[in-house]
Design a protein around this ligand. Structure first.
Ligand SMILES: [Zn+2]
Length: 281
């Protein structure tokens, strides 16, 4: 069975109030990594799940209306930390990346897309449809910065093809087999953002979706601020729910992820804004 190596990385960090990200936490400013993941596929080579920030994000935050986004979510980024720079240090040229899987279109996830000129973008169509005509303030209100997308973005989108999910992905009704080899399955976890996806990745040849999760990694994007919050069902501060695209869908998605994790307790969990669980992917 095809399996992938999973290399969690981060490109920059954002500042937020910990009291907003977890109910009951202190009112202090904390830094959160802008995580992304490098997946090494035996035939497709380096694949990205999101990109983190690039220098284009702080640049856009110096202009109106990006300034507003920067006030709400200040960004710290060292130029050597971008996805492109880190891949180069790992021996991969940006042009070698032919596949980027995009969890959702918030700026901290698509900040580096323009650096990957040879990539197609695997995306849930429902992530893009509600945003594609937005610009200026209406886009910023959705944490969307259209200028981060390459000019030929739409031509390079490869819509994820959702089909009835195999039983091992229950309770998710649908899944998209990204490379049609069972190595990476996208499931829908909308709520934080429209059309957001999580990715369930096979990291050993014998991992089975109907097993205890050994040899599987769950890349849960922004379904929770921390691994612990996702595993234990901790909630964000009620104020933080205000920025969710759809609060009811967010709860439902978190519940489905938790249910899948309860059935696969040994799966490694990686969320975008927390340190990854240790693993051997
Ligand atoms: Zn987000």
């Amino acid at each position: 069975m095809t399996h992938l190596r999973v290399v969690p990385l981060a490109a920059g960090e954002c500042l937020n109030l910990s009291a907003l990200t977890e109910r009951g936490a202190a009112w202090r400013v904390q830094t959160y990594p802008a995580g992304f993941t490098l997946l090494l596929h035996p035939t497709h080579g380096p694949v990205l799940f999101d990109t983190g920030y690039s220098a284009r994000v702080p640049a856009a935050m110096r202009r109106w209306p990006g300034v507003l986004y920067g006030l709400l979510t200040p960004v710290r980024l060292d130029a050597r930390e971008t996805a492109r720079s880190q891949l180069a240090r790992l021996g991969f040229a940006a042009e070698e990346v032919e596949n980027v899987i995009v969890s959702h279109l918030h700026a901290d996830h698509v900040g580096g897309l323009r650096d990957f000129t040879a990539a197609r973008f695997h995306l849930n169509p429902e992530a893009y449809a509600p945003l594609r005509h937005l610009h200026g303030m209406t886009a910023i209100r959705k944490a969307f910065m259209p200028e981060l997308l390459p000019g030929d973005f739409e031509a390079r989108v490869q819509p994820l093809d959702f089909q009835p999910a195999p039983p091992g992905l229950s309770p998710f009704p649908l899944a998209a087999d990204v490379f049609e080899d069972g190595s990476a399955s996208a499931v829908q976890v909308p709520g934080h953002a429209p059309g957001m996806i999580a990715l369930i990745v096979r990291t050993t040849p014998d991992a089975a979706l109907d097993g205890d999760g050994t040899g599987l990694s769950l890349l849960a994007a922004d379904a929770a601020w921390s691994v612990r919050a996702l595993r234990e069902g901790r909630e964000v501060h009620p104020l933080a729910r205000v920025v969710f695209d759809d609060a009811a869908a967010e709860r439902r998605s978190a519940g489905q992820l938790r249910e899948w994790l309860a059935a696969h307790p040994r799966a490694r969990v990686i969320v975008s804004h927390d340190a990854p669980e240790p693993g051997h992917g």
